[in-house]
Design a protein around this ligand. Structure first.
Ligand SMILES: *Cc1c(COP(=O)(O)O)cnc(C)c1O
Length: 437
């Protein structure tokens, strides 16, 4: 069941979880009017609060301050160079899942390239030789190896380049975590990781390969997980394995707990600092007294609530008993509702106390799956009104496409009360770039 939209939008003012609040009847982000941004940069438009991203990254740093750790922000959640640069400056490392993402990290790191790449972990089930070579040359911290085939390939590339590869096996802990099936990854039936029961054998093989250095064990059980117990259960299994591996003679120093900590997309009161404190307590409990360097790979938790997708109402139309609000943003800009039946709060840019009515909020794309909300209670909207889809900072633009030959939105980062364009809106010419006739 999806939570109903709150009857009035005052929750935005009382919740500490979102930087989007009403001031003088207007929706603002860190003091900047979204209506003004919409006017200046056009819509659809992604708007992010740098302050909130920094604050969220800081929550992890604070709660894990008493254990050796590195926060490796998961690039795929929001891979804008401006966001990566911001987080690199906070001392974050990065969790990448492709060579392309590593290129992004390199670009964002600037003259801190070596230092930042030294905090990169490389996950993903289908790494290719060129991607592995790039990661080796950049001296990344750790390859999270997801199969025996990949282990052999990393060993082969490392031998070829004569660069030692630090590796962790991503083990599949067979832990169930309550989330959408598409973003659950920690069960044996999923494509991810290596069965934890077979791990010792694979580490034995890794130790025989001259250019591999087994240095860690990693796990990632899925995304948008709201309770902390599954994280603790998975890390406990990792820690038990590390004890065995050390007894087997492997010098395992890193425990990578993955990402996946969820946020509240609803209208309830959510306290992110408390959630990170709970998460840290659970993970530290699982670590016990083990002398390990903990790696964390949060993505969504750091960036989701810092972002909103600002859109404009194109038309309001009635079909039978239904009212459709047609926005200029669509599933190609933000696919989460279509892909995962995900809920996003939708609020008007101008505060109103008008009576709520049930509407569907949809985009212009030619798919019935192109909706943002169904049967949602909203204050009446008309052509030209601005709306914001909240909690769109993660898996928004990074999951977008050009379907229907729609150009992708611009992105604006608000820093110290100033809005900076970090990605201009695409043009159709941009889309034609790679094509030939
Ligand atoms: C996607 C992913 C993450 C980040 O997940 P979030 O839910 O955004 O925190 C971390 N690690 C790996 C291996 C991933 O695939």
């Amino acid at each position: 069941m999806q939570p109903a939209t709150s009857v009035f939008v005052g929750f935005l003012l009382s919740s500490s979880a979102r930087p989007f609040v009403y001031a003088g009847g207007e929706l603002v982000c860190d003091g900047v009017s979204l209506q003004k941004l919409a006017k200046k940069f056009g819509t659809p438009l992604y708007v992010y609060s740098a302050a909130q991203m920094v604050e969220r990254a800081g929550m992890f740093a604070r709660e894990f301050a008493d254990v050796q750790h590195t926060v490796c922000y998961a690039v795929k959640a929001n891979s804008a160079l401006g966001v990566l640069k911001l987080l690199a400056a906070q001392g974050c490392g990065f969790d990448i899942v492709s060579g392309g993402e590593l290129e992004r990290v390199i670009r964002a790191a600037g003259d801190k390239r070596a230092e930042v790449c030294g905090r990169v972990v490389f996950s993903g089930v289908g790494k290719q030789p060129a991607e592995i070579d790039l990661a080796l040359r950049e001296g990344i911290l750790l390859f999270n190896v997801e199969s025996e085939g990949e282990l052999e390939l990393v060993a082969e590339r490392a031998a070829k380049l004569k660069i030692k590869a630090r590796i962790a096996l991503r083990v599949n802990p067979d832990v169930f975590a309550e989330t959408h099936p598409y973003i659950s990854t920690g069960l044996r039936e999923h494509k991810f990781g290596i069965d934890i029961r077979l791990a010792r054998k694979v580490y034995k093989r890794a130790a025989q390969l001259k250019w591999l250095e087994p240095a860690g064990v990693s796990v990632h059980i899925g995304s948008q997980i709201r309770s902390v117990e599954p994280f603790a259960a998975a890390l406990s299994r990792v820690v038990a394995l590390i004890k065995q591996l050390r007894a087997d003679g492997h010098d395992i120093r890193y425990a990578d707990a993955g990402g996946g900590l969820g946020i509240d997309y609803g209208a309830g009161n959510f306290e992110p600092a408390k959630q990170v404190a709970k998460y840290a307590k659970a993970l530290k409990g699982a670590l016990g007294t083990m002398d390990l360097h903990l790696l964390l790979e949060p993505g969504r938790f750091i960036v989701a609530q810092a972002g909103a997708l600002v859109s404009q109402v194109l038309f309001v139309k009635k079909n039978g008993t239904k009212t459709f609000v047609i926005a200029d943003a669509a599933m190609n800009d933000l696919i989460r509702p279509a892909l995962y039946q995900a809920h996003h709060e939708i609020v008007p840019l101008k505060q109103t106390s008008r009576k709520l009515r049930k509407v569907d909020v949809v985009g212009p794309v030619c798919e019935s799956g192109d909706f943002f909300a169904r049967d949602r209670e909203m204050a009446p909207l008309k052509r030209g009104d601005g709306i914001a889809l909240l909690d769109a900072g993660a898996y928004g633009l990074s999951l977008s496409s050009n379907y229907n030959t729609r150009v992708r939105p611009a992105e604006v980062l608000i820093e110290r009360g100033k809005a900076r364009l970090i990605r201009r809106r695409e043009t159709v010419e941009d889309l034609f770039g790679p094509e030939m006739i």
